[in-house]
Design a binder for this molecule. Structure first.
Ligand code: FAD
Length: 423
């Protein structure tokens, strides 16, 4: 499927995509379907970072308004993706439920319903008795109600990424793993190519989908992309001998039951910001977001990375950064396991079999950056998905491919414009 970068040469393609996560891969797939010659560079393994580590939730519920129309379109793509990719993705469309244990959350759910409906979502507030019908093994102790959106779904991230990469390759996209892009080249204010560990590749368009690394790639070009890293943890359980509805549930913990009956489990609304040099650089622009989410995340000392102000790129090439593998928050996952056992008393003795973590790239306004740079024509960015990029992957790839092939997209992306952070 993918090749390993090892030769020194200058080559020419139509489009270079940087990053083999869901955004880059969905973009390469869409471009290759439109007969563009595409080369995707991945510094480590395809889906080695966020895109294989996420919970697999495909959620329109509680999205920021700017993401709504895009997410609805993404769900439409998800509905036919298995047949289009000719692959089993464990896609289930059995809804998303947010259980509410306090009046404030229930009030918030009530106010959210008309917003969702206005955008065509089948979303409603359920009484505790209705929740019990959807989740028969659930204790419902202290439950006041729940926000339920029936059209939301879930899929297995690794299966999705394997199928997308296979299909992109079948449409002749070149996927080069273990090959970092070290520099983006420009000529007369236009993107003209990249220098990778393999040498120089010229292209008419460069698409940066580098997840948490994006700001480092863009900085030497004067493109301000103030993303910060938030570490999120998840765990897998042993198979549970009760059959839960295949929805994604957020209560005291968040979970999704997989087809083999094991669960992907996490603490709902919990993240850890690992403080780095960027935290001081960009921190002020996050004060609003931090205030809105106060109490939902904590701080710890982050990964030491080189000072990219000088335009150095050794971070990409260092072996430990080929595929970021942060330490999971074991204490938080144990709390999630205990909460699950309270909510589902039949699962008292459920054990965690493995745990992992991933760094999420957050933007100050919590919404992604999707579009062409206003500084450099032919430079496109798809990054900063702030914890919701798996669900948004299919539509984002379509939009970036529209922009390259047609110079425009029918989807509303004005609020996601990269220039909104330009100083
Ligand atoms: C624990 C966890 C749970 C989550 N749960 C959900 C969920 O349920 N639903 C949801 O919608 N989202 C979820 N997310 C968020 C979602 O996973 C991300 O928003 C999405 O995967 C982002 O995709 P991406 O392609 O932008 O980034 P990534 O998947 O991080 O991919 C970026 C890639 O770029 C590569 N790269 C970077 N720099 C270079 C370079 N210089 N050269 C070559 N390659 C480079 C990296 O190696 C990486 O593979 C979760 C995230 C985590 C960590």
């Amino acid at each position: 499927m993918a090749t390993r970068g090892n030769q020194d040469s200058v080559d020419k393609v139509d489009v270079v995509v940087i990053g083999g996560g869901i955004i880059g891969m969905a973009t390469a797939w869409n471009l290759a379907k439109r007969n563009k010659r595409v080369k995707l560079f991945e510094k480590g393994r395809v889906a080695g970072e966020q895109s294989s580590r996420n919970w697999g939730s495909i959620r329109s519920q509680r999205r920021p308004p700017a993401e709504f129309p895009l997410m609805l379109e993404s769900v439409r793509i998800w509905e036919t993706l298995e047949s289009e990719l000719n692959a089993d993705l464990d896609w289930r469309q059995e809804g998303h439920i947010r259980l509410c244990y306090d009046d404030k959350l229930l009030e918030w759910a009530d106010t959210w319903v008309p917003i969702g409906r206005e955008h065509g979502l089948d979303t409603r507030v359920l009484a505790p008795s209705e929740c019990r019908k959807l989740l028969p093994h659930y204790s419902a102790k202290g439950l006041l109600g729940a926000l339920y959106t029936s059209t939301d779904g879930c899929a297995e991230p690794k299966k999705v990424m394997t199928a997308l990469a296979r299909s992109a390759s079948q449409f002749s996209a070149q996927i080069i793993e273990h090959c970092a892009v070290l520099e983006i080249l420009t000529k007369n204010g236009m993107a003209s190519g990249v220098i990778s560990e393999q040498g120089e590749t010229r292209a008419d368009a460069i698409i940066v989908c580098g997840g948490v690394w994006t700001s480092r790639l863009l900085k030497p070009l004067g493109v301000h992309h103030p993303s910060l890293w938030v570490r999120a943890s998840a765990a897998r359980t042993e198979p549970l001998n009760i059959d839960l509805r295949k929805l994604v549930s957020w209560g005291q913990c968040a979970f999704r039951q997989r087809p083999d009956k094991s669960l992907t489990l996490a603490v709902a609304e919990h993240g850890c910001h690992d403080v780095m040099l960027d935290s001081f650089r960009y921190g002020a622009s996050y004060l609003n977001l931090a205030w809105q989410n106060r109490g939902l995340f904590r701080f710890s000392l982050g990964k030491p990375l080189s000072d990219d102000l000088k335009g150095r790129f050794e971070d990409f090439a260092r072996e430990e950064n080929r595929m970021l593998d942060p330490v999971p928050d074991h204490a938080a996952l144990e709390r999630a396991r205990k909460s699950f056992a309270i909510e589902y008393p039949d699962a008292q003795s459920l054990h965690l079999t493995r745990s992992w973590a991933g760094w999420i790239d957050y933007m100050p306004d919590g919404i992604p950056v999707l579009g062409e740079s206003s500084n450099i024509s032919g430079l496109f960015i798809g990054a900063g998905f702030s914890g919701g990029g798996f669900g948004m992957g299919p539509i984002s790839g379509k939009i970036l491919s529209d922009l390259v092939c047609d110079g425009q997209t029918p989807h509303p992306i004005q609020q996601l414009d990269p220039s909104r952070f330009q100083v």
